[in-house]
Design a protein around this ligand. Structure first.
Ligand SMILES: [Zn+2]
Length: 288
């Protein structure tokens, strides 16, 4: 049974025999909430989306996997950040909870981002503490709850579960990225937080398959994976999580966000990856 929390999160369940495999797309949401009240141009804010990524992996249910995606934009609140990665400079009063701002907040893209792009603030106002709390309770937590319950159920049923955390990246770095403004990205970057969030066989399997189809692949450079794979990847318990970043130049115009003529070919290759991972997940049941 599919699930939908309007404006927040969707889950599409398998239409083929179920396998212990979940794809999640946390950054492809395009429903901008009424109370966002950003001050920068929407077109600039939208370049932070992983636009179309949910559709690129849209064949997952046909291969027995579940597909979970955020419907809100990552610039409103980012589910791939720690809930303590809060930029207190955004707030009109001290944060009453735990606070542990990290590197992402320093770069202007913590849990709620300060910058839409280098030197362009998202807001011309301070957010209230209540506003931040509401975004966490209404958007951040339901997304993680949907993901956690799907992974827990499959883990109970199969003894192991495999999560592919799906993102896209700009073709080039910027002053807000860890690799800097001159970096030219590979076609794919796989992130397993230096081998800590999944069995190495999963990372190897995906890298080999993509390279076999002619793509360049880097591992943990410059993206290692953030909160979602960190939180849900515990390979010692049979819970494996791998982040996949695909280069946006492979499938869309990065300015207009329109799909390019290469979109269908990339989607076909990702559908092939999904089918191969479904077999991998079944064969890898119970693997430590
Ligand atoms: Zn992303």
């Amino acid at each position: 049974m599919n699930q939908l929390v309007p404006g927040v999160v969707f889950r599409r369940d398998p239409t083929a025999p179920e396998v212990p495999l979940v794809f999640d797309s946390p950054h492809s949401g395009t429903e901008y909430p009424e109370d966002f009240r950003f001050a920068c141009p929407l077109a600039v804010l939208r370049t932070n989306e992983d636009t179309h990524v949910d559709d690129l992996y849209g064949a997952a249910p046909e291969h027995g996997a579940s597909l979970i995606g955020a419907l809100f934009p990552r610039s409103y609140i980012d589910v791939n950040r720690s809930p303590t990665d809060i930029d207190e400079a955004l707030l009109d009063a001290p944060w009453p909870g735990e606070l542990d701002p990290g590197e992402k907040t320093r770069l202007g893209m913590g849990l709620v981002r300060r910058l839409a792009k280098p030197d362009l603030p998202v807001y011309d106002r301070k957010l209230t503490v209540a506003e931040m709390q509401q975004r966490i309770a209404t958007y951040y937590e339901p997304y993680h709850a949907m993901l956690r319950s799907a992974l827990d159920r499959l883990h109970r049923k199969f003894g192991a579960v495999w999560l592919v955390n799906c993102h896209s990246m700009p073709a080039r770095g910027s002053r807000m990225s860890s690799d800097g403004p001159d970096a030219v990205r590979a076609d794919f970057v796989l992130g397993d937080r230096d081998g800590t969030t999944c069995a190495p066989e999963l990372t190897d399997f995906v890298a080999r398959l993509l390279r076999g189809r002619g793509y360049s692949v880097k591992i943990n450079d410059p993206y290692k994976g953030v909160e979602i794979v960190r939180r849900h990847g515990r390979p010692g318990e049979g819970r494996h999580a791998l982040q996949i970043e695909v280069n946006r130049a492979l499938y869309m115009d990065e300015k207009t966000l329109a799909r390019s003529e290469r979109y269908a070919a990339l989607k076909a290759d990702l559908t092939h990856l999904i089918a191969a991972l479904a077999s991998f997940a079944v064969a890898g049941r119970g693997r430590e």
